[in-house]
Design a protein around this ligand. Structure first.
Ligand code: SF4
Length: 383
C-alpha cells in the first residue's frame, strides 16, 4: 500500500465503525467491572457511552448515508446499550472470564490471532464466545452456522481451556436486540483448519489483487485508488459541462446506445421473421390450391418445397421448457431471436452450429412432414 493510501486510512473513519467502537467500549466496561463485582447502572453506562462519544468524535468521521445525521448514529448506540442492558440484567447468565481477550494459536505453520469481545463460562465445561455487532443488517442462521471468525476462536479456546467440551458461539446483533447462537463439531473444526490453511496458501501465492465488488463498497474508504471505483470517483467531481465530454463517460454512453439499437433491431427482426412465417404459410396454401410449386413475383420466384423438416416443441408443448434452458445455456438464445424454431432449423441445416450444440438440439427435434419456401432471383440465383 502506498503512503497516500495509508494516510487516507488514518484520516477517514466511518460513522458505523465509530458507533461500533463506542458500544463495544460500554459493554466492555460493564463486564470488566462486573468481574470486580461492580454493577454499573444503565444510566452510568449510557453516560459513559456519551462521554466516550464526545471525547472521541472528530471532524474526519464520515457519514456515507446522507439521509442520516450524527445524532441518528449516536442515539442508535444508546438504544442498543439500553435494549441489551434491560434484556440481560442482572448479567448472571454466565461468568465473564475476559473482555477484549487476545487469542493466539497456531494452525500448521501459521499463527492465528484475534480478539474475543467477551469470553464466559457456565461451568461443566461450557464456554461462550460472545461477539457484539452493531451492523445495520441481520444475517441468517445459516450464515452464522458457517461463520469462520468465531469458529476459529473456538479452536483457540479449546487449546487454552482443557475442560472446554461445549463451546457456544453467540452473536449479539445490538441494533435489533437479537442474538444468534451456533456451535461447531470437532469434524467441522478439522475441516475449517484445512480450509484456512489452503486459503492462506492461496493468498500467499497471489501477486495480483483484483477488486472484489460487493455491497460493502458503499463503505469503502479506497474508491479513489480502487480500479473498480476510481473512474466513478473521478467523474463525480466533474462539472456538468465537462461530465459528458469525459472520454470514459462518452465511450460508455456510445457503447450503451449502440447496444440499445442492436436490441431494437433484434426485436424488429423477430417481428419480421414472424411475418415471413405467416407469408410462407399463405404461399404454401396458395401453391397447393393452384397446383404450382413455384410462385413468380416481379423479380423473384418463391419455390414451395414439400419435405421433411425438423420440428421443435412449440410454446406450451412438452419439452419446450427444457429446450429453452438448453438454448440459453448454449449461448445462442439471441441468435435464434428468443426461440424462433424456423431459424433454429435453418441454423442446423446450414451447419452454423458446432456439433455439440447441434446434437444437443437434435434431441428435442423430430422430423415432420412440412413445407419450406425458398426465394430465388428470376435468373436462378438464390436469395
Ligand atoms: S471499492 Fe474497491 S477496494 Fe473498496 S471494497 Fe469495493 S472493490 Fe474493494
Amino acid at each position: 500500500m502506498n503512503n497516500v493510501a495509508f494516510s487516507f486510512i488514518i484520516r477517514v473513519f466511518l460513522c458505523e465503525a465509530f458507533l461500533g467502537s463506542r458500544v463495544h467500549e460500554a459493554l466492555e466496561k460493564l463486564y470488566k467491572e462486573l468481574i470486580l463485582t461492580k454493577l454499573n447502572t444503565l444510566d452510568d453506562l449510557v453516560q459513559y457511552y456519551k462521554d466516550q462519544w464526545d471525547k472521541s468524535w472528530h471532524k474526519d468521521i464520515a457519514i456515507n448515508k446522507k439521509e442520516y445525521t450524527k445524532e441518528h448514529y449516536h442515539d442508535t448506540g444508546i438504544k442498543a446499550i439500553t435494549d441489551y442492558y434491560k434484556r440481560h440484567f442482572p448479567f448472571n447468565q454466565s461468568t465473564t472470564l475476559a473482555t477484549e481477550q487476545l487469542i493466539t494459536f497456531r494452525i500448521d505453520d501459521y499463527t492465528i490471532r484475534g480478539y474475543i469481545d467477551r469470553l464466559s463460562h457456565r461451568g461443566k465445561g461450557i464456554y461462550e464466545i460472545h461477539d457484539y455487532k452493531t451492523s445495520g443488517y441481520l444475517p441468517t442462521q445459516e450464515k452464522q452456522d458457517s461463520d469462520r471468525q468465531l469458529a476459529l476462536y473456538q479452536i483457540g479456546v479449546k487449546k487454552q481451556f482443557r475442560d472446554a467440551e461445549d463451546i457456544r458461539l453467540i452473536w449479539h446483533y445490538l441494533r435489533f436486540d437479537k442474538d444468534f447462537e451456533s456451535a461447531r463439531t470437532d469434524a467441522q473444526l478439522r475441516y475449517l483448519k484445512k480450509k484456512v490453511v489452503s486459503l492462506i496458501k492461496t493468498i500467499e501465492k497471489d501477486t495480483v489483487f483484483k477488486p472484489m465488488e460487493s455491497a460493502l463498497c458503499a463503505w469503502c474508504v479506497f474508491p479513489e485508488y480502487c480500479p473498480a471505483k476510481k473512474h466513478e470517483y473521478k467523474i463525480q467531481e466533474l462539472p456538468s459541462n465537462k461530465y459528458l465530454k469525459e472520454r470514459g463517460v462518452s465511450l460508455v454512453n456510445k457503447y450503451a446506445s449502440i447496444k440499445a439499437k442492436i436490441k431494437e433491431l433484434k426485436e424488429q427482426e423477430e417481428e419480421f421473421l414472424k411475418e415471413l412465417e405467416l407469408i410462407a404459410d399463405a404461399a404454401s396454401k396458395y401453391a397447393q390450391k393452384e397446383g404450382v410449386s413455384n410462385i413468380t413475383g416481379s423479380d423473384f420466384i418463391l419455390k414451395v418445397i414439400e419435405e421433411n423438416v425438423l420440428g421443435f416443441p412449440r410454446s406450451g408443448e412438452e419439452g419446450r421448457e427444457e429446450l429453452e434452458k438448453f438454448i440459453k445455456k448454449a449461448g445462442i438464445w439471441e441468435e435464434v431471436s428468443g426461440l424462433n424454431t424456423a431459424r433454429l432449423s435453418k441454423m442446423i441445416e446450414d451447419k452454423e452450429l458446432d456439433n455439440k450444440i447441434k446434437n444437443g438440439l437434435l434431441k428435442f427435434a423430430e422430423e415432420v412432414e412440412g413445407v419450406r419456401v425458398r426465394l430465388v432471383k428470376k435468373r436462378g440465383e438464390e436469395e
